[in-house]
Design a protein around this ligand. Structure first.
Ligand code: SAM
Length: 249
């Protein structure tokens, strides 16, 4: 069965363009996944279709009310049957767990992913407390809404689905898959504005190329991501291993 996404949002119009293009578009045409959008405003209780209200205690901005969000989630949950073990419910929020590739790999094993997007000042706390959703952030910065984070998750997950990429190995060779960043890539011409492609890549020696790529990936990871949970080459864990690896560059 293909992976099903349910996305709850007040801006459903933000999705079709991205979902219809490139790898996401082709994967959807191939039936590898599908997206169902729910407009949270359809669950508003007033004729203005308002789903937000002023925060208790004062302060700027508006907060998502619990009633329409609970009712929308209950409606979505009532529409589909799926293995609870393979159902993931995510609420997008900057104070959630930061998304890493390991989490994305885990999500790609699901059969149903529900994404709840906030806007304005975010959610009434009872939405977090009363709904059994994982809080997920795509990074320590604040966006206007959860729609772009939802698309980030969708894209990251779909490219891992078997058949989504032209070359099945592509996703395995990318940054973070083995705990390292990707190695540098070059294409023609061999020299561009004085910058030459490293000799080894033109040598045709596959073993040496693989070794060069591995070393460059380790070097980059060490230089750019030391201490980052997303890119942590096993060889660099522990101070002794770390100094050995650095010396060998
Ligand atoms: N008042 C909130 C705070 O300071 O944490 C920010 C709310 S933000 C302007 C509105 C919505 O955008 C959030 O409810 C969430 O759904 C989404 N959002 C913004 N930044 C995000 C991030 N880094 N990761 C995931 N969702 C985010």
């Amino acid at each position: 069965m293909s992976l099903q996404f349910d996305i709850l949002t007040i801006f459903p119009g933000m999705f079709p363009g991205v979902v219809g293009e490139s790898i996401l578009g082709r994967a959807r045409e191939k039936g590898l996944y599908d997206v169902h959008l729910t407009d949270l405003r359809d669950f508003a209780h007033d004729r203005h279709r308002s789903i937000d209200d002023r925060p208790y205690g004062g302060g700027p901005g508006m907060v998502f009310k619990p009633e329409p969000v609970f009712e929308a989630v209950e409606s979505v949950l009532g529409r589909r049957r799926a293995d609870p073990e393979r159902t993931r419910r995510l609420i997008l929020t900057p104070e959630g767990k930061r998304l890493e590739q390991e989490h994305v790999r885990d999500l790609a094993r699901a059969e149903w992913i529900i994404l709840l997007c906030g806007h304005y000042e975010g959610f009434d706390e009872r939405i977090f407390l009363g709904l059994d959703f994982e809080r997920v952030s795509i990074g320590d910065y604040v966006l206007s809404g959860g729609e772009i984070p939802a698309l980030v998750i969708l894209d990251a997950v779909v490219r891992l689905l078997p058949g989504a990429l032209g070359h099945p190995e592509s996703s395995l060779q990318e940054s973070f898959e083995d705990g390292t960043l990707d190695h540098p890539q070059y294409t023609r011409p061999p020299v561009f504005r004085g910058m030459a492609v490293p000799e080894v890549l033109l040598s045709g020696n596959h073993a040496e190329i693989a070794e060069w790529r591995r070393r460059e990936a380790l070097r980059r990871t060490h230089e750019r991501r030391e201490g980052s949970p997303g890119a942590r080459p096993p060889q660099l864990e522990g101070s002794t291993a770390k100094s050995l690896e650095i010396e060998s560059f």
